[in-house]
Every structure is written in structure tokens, then in C-alpha cells.
Ligand binder design. Structure first.
Ligand SMILES: [Zn+2]
Length: 314
């Protein structure tokens, strides 16, 4: 099933392919939670399909059947090995060598790098050669949440396909259909916290993400009232640090934008510059999640500083 907000991207890509305007290295990028990987897989199928119909892969030819069973000999996927966090150079070399081969089924080959942001420097360099000297009738499709993490030399050689979040109404309609039992306030919060990315919002609605986010908000309010969080709370948060920092950043923004009524603002008197700094620190904390830093200590320090911003007015 095609996600409704991706249909227009499919039409554009189909049009580009039909009129031979698609560069040999398209890069699908945009925020997480929009289905970019699915779009890249669709593009792969559309390129490899032997008889596309109405702008779509037919789903029935030999090529489509091989794709369906994950055994297509002309598709080369570079994936992060299970025991690694980055895409190593040998994985990229396997892919680029594969693209040099003669196609087995149709007339094209496709290399797919779904986590392009995770290429280390050597891997990026290995890919560069293929980008600079593309083999004929071979496509290299990249997917990236964060193209800034890629070497500029790689980026400049890709044809960028930017996927944007759908408009709020479309996202809401889709979420309501996926999770009909969920109330509007939860849908609103999930969309706000996910930057409007429907798949990410759905994850929040289906798991305990929203409950976690609301717990974090309450802990922030307690910290304002000089009730610091217990070590047990911080230890629990530090098992999911990226999420914890994401929510802290979200709620600081919320406080900065709207959450305080004018009279509360006068009483609590937060310093906007300090709030902006705390917001920045939360984003940095999120970027550091996954490194061996002691997240519980950093989270505790952050909350103390947060609490200290309020109620100072004499
Ligand atoms: Zn087909």
C-alpha cells in the first residue's frame, strides 16, 4: 500500500524515468518518519520492472517476482552489519563491484544505500568513484535522514529528491485511519512531537512514547517547583536517551512558544536566552545518545539547570 503523501513523489519519479531525466544517483532525503525507504524501494522496483504499467511496477514480471522474494540478482543493497553502527568500506565496495556486472534479468542494475548517513569516510570515498564514473544503465539510490552528515563530494553528485511532511490535515486523516481508537489530543501531540512525520507519529501512538513524553513534561514542572527527579527516574530515562532528550527539547520549545500564559510568565519569569540554551543542549544530548556518555548524569544536570531558570523574580 502506498502512503498517500508519497504518491506525488512516485508520479514525479515515474515521469523523470519515462523522459530519461533521472540522474544515475538519486538521493531520497528528508526527516525521519516519512517512508523514504519505502519510496526508494518503490523506485528500485520501478527501475527494475520489465513492464511497468500506469507508472507502477507491474508486480508480476520475473524482475518484480525476484524483488518480492529478495533474490533479485541485479539489486545490490549496502546494509549496516548487525555488529556495527557504521557502513564499512567493504560493504560499499561489494555494492560498487556488483554494479559493474552485466545485468542478469533486464538491462539495468540498482545499488541501494538505505542508511547513507552511516557511511564512514572510507566508505564515502569508495562510493565517490562510482558516482564520478557511473557504469551505463546502473542506478545508485541513496536514502538519508541527514544529508549534512554526508561528504560534500558525495552530496554534490546526487540528484536530490526531498520528501516533505504532508500537510497537517492529510497527516491527521491518515493517522485517524491507522489508529481509530486514539483521541484527538494524542494525535495532535504525536504530530507535534514528530515534526509532522506520520510514521513517526504512529510509532508514538502505538507504543508508550506519548506516556513517556508526558511523564517528562511532569518531571520538568516538578523541577520548576524545586522537586528534582529521583535517580531511579533518571536511570529509567537513560535507557532511552535519544527519546528523553527529544522530549526535553520539544517541551522547552513548547514553553518558549506558548505553554505559559502571560501571568504565569510574569511569575515564573524564565529567561528566554537561558531557555534557548537549554533547548540547544537537549538537541546536543540527543545527538550524543548512543555514545558511551553517562546520560543519567547529563539529564540530571540539565533538569537542575532547567528548574533554576524559574521563580527567580524578586
Ligand atoms: Zn514488473
Amino acid at each position: 500500500m502506498t502512503l498517500p503523501w508519497l504518491k506525488s513523489y512516485q508520479r514525479q519519479l515515474d515521469d523523470s524515468l519515462t523522459h530519461e531525466r533521472l540522474g544515475h544517483a538519486p538521493m531520497v532525503h528528508g526527516p525521519a518518519g516519512l517512508g523514504k525507504r519505502g519510496l526508494a524501494r518503490w523506485l528500485t522496483a520501478r527501475i527494475l520492472c520489465l513492464q511497468p504499467a500506469a507508472g507502477q511496477p507491474c508486480g508480476q514480471c520475473q524482475s518484480c517476482r525476484l524483488l518480492e522474494s529478495d533474490t533479485h540478482p541485479d539489486l545490490f543493497i549496502a546494509a549496516v552489519p548487525e555488529d556495527k553502527t557504521q557502513l564499512p568500506v567493504d560493504v560499499i565496495r561489494d555494492l560498487t563491484q556488483g554494479l559493474q556486472l552485466t545485468p542478469s534479468i533486464g538491462s539495468t542494475r540498482v545499488g541501494l544505500v538505505e542508511e547513507a548517513d552511516r557511511m564512514n569516510r572510507n566508505a564515502g570515498n569508495a562510493l565517490l568513484k562510482t558516482l564520478e564514473e557511473p557504469s551505463s544503465r546502473a542506478w545508485l539510490i541513496l536514502v538519508s535522514d541527514d544529508p549534512d552528515a554526508l561528504p560534500a563530494t558525495v552530496l554534490s553528485r546526487c540528484q536530490k529528491i526531498i520528501v516533505h511532511p504532508p500537510d497537517g490535515q492529510a497527516a491527521r486523516t491518515w493517522l485517524r485511519a491507522q489508529a481509530p481508537e486514539v483521541g484527538e489530543p494524542d494525535i495532535d501531540l504525536a504530530l507535534q512531537a514528530s515534526g509532522g512525520a506520520p510514521l513517526r507519529a504512529l510509532e508514538l501512538l502505538e507504543g508508550d512514547g506519548l506516556a513517556f513524553g508526558r511523564e517528562i513534561r511532569q518531571t520538568m514542572l516538578d523541577a520548576v517547583c524545586r522537586q528534582p527527579p529521583s535517580p531511579a527516574v533518571l536511570a529509567a530515562w537513560s535507557t532511552r536517551p535519544a527519546e528523553a532528550w527529544h522530549w526535553l527539547a520539544h517541551w522547552v520549545r513548547d514553553f518558549m512558544d506558548s505553554a505559559l500564559a502571560p501571568e504565569e510568565r510574569d511569575v515564573l519569569a524564565p529567561d528566554p536566552i537561558a531557555l534557548a540554551r537549554l533547548w540547544q543542549q537537549a538537541l546536543e544530548g540527543r545527538a550524543m545518545a548512543g555514545t558511551p556518555v553517562r546520560a543519567d548524569l547529563l539529564l540530571g544536570k540539565w533538569l537542575l539547570e532547567w528548574g533554576a531558570q524559574f521563580g527567580r523574580q524578586s
